[in-house]
Design a protein around this ligand. Structure first.
Ligand SMILES: [Fe+2]
Length: 404
């Protein structure tokens, strides 16, 4: 007898992803890739990137190649469903036939939401989410696959959203982050240009870089991890350990910049190769929604506490990740070697100026908000399914209270 509750689980998925271009000057390919995808009239989704000139530059390249565009620049750092509805109206009113997202994960994910709505007129965006209850694979079957192209011009090095198959968007009614996953939502092509990524301020380099790191370590220890993604993820861990400090504190270090660019985009692509994330992202999402904390920072502050909870299940994987961070574990026991990952990660966080835990002091987190986060995010987030250690409501509440 098959246990139907497990039906989504023992299977390893390789999601469809689009093209990926990496390298100095990659953003100049935006018009060629938009044309290849069939875009003649683009909606540009962006946070605005004020002061960088990047949005104007993209508009100019598109125009030079005969592609018209309309800009929606009100995307927040944690994009909300209300903004996506607003952008979808602009898309429709301007007669757009495709999206060009310019920015980091927020801009790309808002663009994905616009495409999901344009492919499913009248649908509720937040119904198209990967939830545990109701089971998302049944729910998603009710929606039409996306048919609208998107070219993503990436300006941060962390989220991987320029390539991934879903959009992380705040469900404002339920005060939770949801992951919109109608089929074919991965952008047609992602442009990762170190020349744009180098324009980030140092704190954003640290936060977004740690997000890429958290994709790698969560995916590596995840129940859904497979040979398809493990090789890439362990290399991402090595690249981050060797280059994130250098890039954060010296943006003229072009090699470190390029390596972080590769780390970020590799982790994004490898997430599509069947690896998932876990409860660091689950809690990080909850924190971002309630206290408007940057996604990468939210993951970073809870990493050590949450992964200590997971360590007992998969110590050998933590030991492998410690070795990828440069630790010689010869002569150590499995648990001693796995402890070294925590030591190295704590040192990385300290070097980046990120304080672990202390969520009340750092962000004003309230104890009474914890049940809401557990009920609406933790317990019903697709990220939960891959977490290496099972957990129930009370265990989750206790784990979060320890982070206060
Ligand atoms: Fe993330």
């Amino acid at each position: 007898m098959i246990n139907k509750q497990m039906v989504q689980f023992p299977l390893t998925y390789n999601d469809r992803i689009g093209g990926v271009i990496v390298g100095w000057g990659a953003h100049e390919m935006v018009a060629d890739e938009a044309k290849k995808a069939g875009i003649k009239n683009a909606l540009i989704t962006t946070t605005g990137l004020k002061g960088t000139g990047i949005v104007d530059e993209v508009i100019g390249i598109l125009k030079h190649h005969g592609i018209s565009s309309t800009v929606y620049d009100k995307v927040s750092s944690n994009p909300r469903d209300t903004e996506v509805y607003e952008a979808a109206k602009v898309f429709k009113d301007a007669g757009c036939d495709g999206v060009v997202s310019v920015g980091g994960g927020s801009s790309h994910d808002a663009g994905k939401g616009v495409r999901a709505l344009a492919s499913n007129p009248g649908a509720n965006l937040c119904d198209m989410a990967a939830r545990v209850d109701p089971p998302w694979m049944e729910v998603i079957g009710r929606f039409k696959p996306n048919t609208i192209p998107q070219v993503s011009v990436n300006t941060t090095a962390g989220t991987g959203a320029e390539s991934t198959m879903g959009g992380a968007i705040i469900d404002t009614k339920n005060r939770a982050k949801m992951f919109c996953v109608v089929p074919n939502l991965a952008p047609s092509c992602a442009l990762n240009d170190p020349a744009l990524i180098r324009l980030m301020p140092s704190n954003l380099i640290a936060w977004t870089g740690f997000d890429a790191f958290s994709h790698a370590f969560e995916s590596y220890v995840c129940k859904l991890s497979s040979p398809l993604n493990q090789g890439a993820m362990i290399h991402v861990i090595k690249l981050i350990a060797e280059n994130l400090r250098e890039f954060a504190y010296n943006k003229m270090d072009y090699k470190a910049c390029e390596n972080i660019c590769w780390a970020s985009c590799s982790a994004g692509v490898a997430l599509g190769f069947g690896g998932g994330v876990g409860i660091v992202h689950g809690l990080g999402h909850g924190l971002s929604v309630l206290y408007d904390i940057h996604h990468g920072l939210a993951n970073a502050v809870v990493t050590l506490g949450i992964e200590r909870y997971n360590q007992k299940c998969v110590p050998e994987k933590f030991a492998e990740m410690a070795r990828a961070m440069g630790v010689d574990t010869t002569g150590m026991t499995k648990m001693e070697a796995s402890d070294m990952w925590f030591y190295e990660t704590e040192r990385l966080l300290n070097d980046l100026g990120i304080k672990s835990g202390g969520l009340k002091e750092q962000f004003g987190m309230k104890k009474e908000d914890i049940p809401h986060i557990v009920k609406n995010q933790y317990e019903n987030d697709f990220a939960r399914q891959g977490n290496p250690r099972d957990f129930n409501f009370n265990e989750s509440v206790q784990l979060l209270e320890e982070q206060l």
